[in-house]
Design a protein around this ligand. Sequence first.
Ligand code: SAM
Length: 213
Amino acid sequence: MNDTFTHKGMRKRLVDTLKKKGIADKAVLQAINTIPRHLFMDSGFVDHAYVDKAFPIAADQTISQPYTVARQTELLEVEKGDKILEIGTGSGYQTAVLLELGAIVYSIERQNELFKKTKLFLPKLGYRAKKLIFGDGYIGFEAAAPYDGILVTAGAPFVPKPLLSQLKIGGRLVIPVGDDVQIMTVFTRTSETEFEKEEYGEYRFVPLLGDKE
Ligand code: SAM
């Protein structure tokens, strides 16, 4: 698995692009500067790895656009040692970003092909999630709750209740909500029963699929 000076140079330019687009969190930029994104894509597509675009991976899914990964991670406000639940493991790239930030990561994927591939791949790069789960993100992962943060990396037609209830008080749920177009939404749990809601503009994700889809 090759990570050359050329790749590193391309990464640095990608980081400059993200800064220009408004990403300011230094730890997030550093994570993107460190992680060899090209290795998370099929080898034929290496040329596309360091442009700010989403790209197809296996099972009709996508690796999210670097700006989106950076923005969602920034909104999550991860501190070292935080327990984070990711919904939609996909290629594992976002998982790697969270691990670079020092988070303890649980991640759920519903496509078995991707789950199996990423579970083998991440440790090869030295990225060790606490647990990768094959299952349905709509129900979260109660066994390890509550979480400091929950990050949904697919477009959710509605906000799944279990995800809200699995947040710690003070914890944040970052979730793109909507059908064709999603609004990036952050819920902060302020008490046992109350949540604050903030919105951060429009995005387009592949859908968060239900059990029978
Ligand atoms: N975080 C991924 C990455 O860095 O490559 C991007 C993932 S892609 C935009 C969204 C992922 O969510 C896909 O891998 C898809 O299979 C997964 N997904 C869709 N519905 C899901 C569900 N109900 N539970 C868990 N994962 C789901």
